[in-house]
Design a protein around this ligand. Structure first.
Ligand SMILES: [Zn+2]
Length: 81
């Protein structure tokens, strides 16, 4: 018994890179990103998992959009003290 059905039901898919979100993997991958320096597009800004090449134009567009949103949120937080 692998419990595949249950996993598929609960799995969330990232709206930036379209990968299934694995919290454990995201934690490991974001650590890699911190260690090796985040290469543009190599780590998804949505789920913090590594994204493998080739990066589609659609993915890059969503990546840029999400990054801009996150930066805007940060600026707002800063201005509120
Ligand atoms: Zn993602």
């Amino acid at each position: 018994m692998m419990g595949c059905t249950l996993q598929l039901t609960l799995a969330r898919r990232c709206d930036v890179c379209r990968q299934l979100i694995d919290e454990e993997r995201a934690a490991n991958d974001s650590m890699d990103a911190a260690l090796f320096g985040a290469v543009r597009y190599a780590f998804c800004v949505g789920c913090r998992q590594a994204a493998r090449r080739p990066w589609s134009p659609a993915y890059r567009r969503r990546w840029e959009t999400r990054l801009a949103e996150q930066q805007a949120e940060r600026v707002q937080e800063a201005s509120h003290g």
